[in-house]
Design a protein around this ligand. Sequence first.
Ligand code: NAD
Ligand code: ZN
Length: 348
Amino acid sequence: MSIPKTQKAVIFETNGGPLLYKDIPVPKPAPHELLINVKYSGVCHTDLHAWKGDWPVPTKLPLVGGHEGAGVVVAMGENVKGWKIGDYAGVKWLNGSCLNCQYCNHTDEPNCDDAVLSGYTHDGSFQQYATADAVQAARIPAGTDLAGAAPILCAGVTVYKAIKTSGCKAGDWIGISGAAGGLGSLAVQYAKVMGMRVVGLDVGAEKGEFAKSMGAEAYVDVKAEKDVVAAVKKITDGGLHAIINVSVSPAAMQQSVELVRKKGVVVLVGLPQDASINVPVFDSVFRTIEVRASYVGNRADTFEAMDMFCRGLVKCPIKIVGLSELPGVYKLMEEGKILGRYVLDTSK
Ligand code: NAD
Ligand code: ZN
């Protein structure tokens, strides 16, 4: 397979600075890495946070963003085992980890101190050729629709893990706050497949129609509804068993504490800048509610989330545009105008 010396990428040199669509060198895989010819990459809200520099952890600069890259293995370092040229592989947020610390040993690899993050501390999938640690790279079965599979690599894995973290059982009411977004549209589907009854929460009627088309049994428009807490309690006969927060709204996260019933679980996933929530101790103890956090997933979560996609149990609602159109996608994302996920075709 012939590998070019240069490739198209979107790269930025300063946080919030110009997003340059240009030719850059094709990276060389390190001994433990795969070189993946990325065909499609989803655009996650995390990529927007990374570009803007929203979080207290600095990004690499200059940086090629992206961490939902689905493609084909075209080369590999000399220490790589278990992969062959032509395999389908995915670049995910957790590019690599030490595999030897207390967190990795307990399969909490995202919490590893030495975690390498695609599109954050390591150049990601907004380029035609990306490198990924061969141990952490996602396995995508031959013949899979790579454009459709791309959002599973972060959005799918993350929400599947978050639903497991919630402890919800079949028949329980689960709320998805941010239900029409990239993570939310998949969360609604995974929760339904896992037997839960889903209340979607988002902004506007169009997002409601969309969340229902993904499988939400009920929808609450948080802007139009005067009393969101009362509306959710009415639908669920007393409150949600759990809520997954995938919006980028601190106010929605704060309110989610009131939407769960006694013994309910609030799961934090979305990462708005400088956000915190306040949980009154008395209320928390008397109602015995819990606030948990969920951060992407490990290799098993990745396998399971991808397997459910490949078996047709969940579908990624995607819109495909060219890699060069990333700035326009960020603008729509910032304005809250995206339904589901935008996926970039790296050949355009
Ligand atoms: P997105 O922009 O596609 O979706 C966000 C959704 O939230 C939109 O549909 C928007 O309309 C909705 N929303 C806005 N205000 C709301 C409100 N007040 N109430 C309810 N919904 C509201 O974003 P995404 O790609 O799905 O990512 C969501 C967040 O999750 C980002 O902050 C991202 O960084 C974070 N994230 C976290 C993890 C993790 O491991 N914890 C992984 C991936 C992404
Ligand atoms: Zn992501």
